[in-house]
Write a protein of this length. Sequence first.
Length: 263
Amino acid sequence: MQRDRSVGTLLREWRNRRRLTQLDLAIQANVSTRHISFVETGRTTPSRPMLLHLAQHLDVPLRERNKLLVAAGYAPVYARRPLEDPELATAYDAVQRVLREHEPFPAVAVDHRWNVLLANSALGIFLDGVDPALLEPPVNMMRLGMDPRGFAPRLRNLGQVRAYLLPRLARQAARTGDPELSSLYEELRSYGAGDDPPTAGPADIAMPIRLCHDGAELSFFSTITTFGAAFDITLEEIAVESLFPADAETTAYLRRSAASSPP
């Protein structure tokens, strides 16, 4: 198990994951190659500042930096509070405001494994007809979009969406070293084959998501918003995906739907 591995072994794994040589890391972090070698082989234990310095240059996620600290005999320094924690009230309010003010267009806040934390009411158009089992917590947006029981059957360009999202998920799993993300990737990859390349159409400004809903074809593109320079694990791992209409017809449809919905 990871807790039984030395700090040097863990650092070497992160360095290899980033495809850096010891010399590469030494130059980036402005330390000697010999020191990197001594740390990785266990001949020396890095100080806490040095360990955090190396972790920063290796772009190690905050939750994994805590594991490095514990492996070296230090106390973890990064907290992980629930999003509803009073100390995160300002950040929680900011996420809710982003979601609310994006209406009548869909938006969702997810954690580092794409599990839904918060969503606005407009996201409901994606949940129409979804198997209730997929809506049991934790609700995973990647699974909703690619599982045949989710809204995948309503995506007009499912192959294109898969061809974009699956490599993205694979890169995220590789970057974070998260085995659950790797397992999710393998699961979602098994749902289809022969995906279309994510090529652009003449009218596309970004890769579209084309969803059939209530007899209409809605087209979206998305943006991702994250907290900058977060020092809390929960905040670092939150991403808000905002979906924007990719054409005038979709804009008009969503505005009409919002206007006809009860307050």
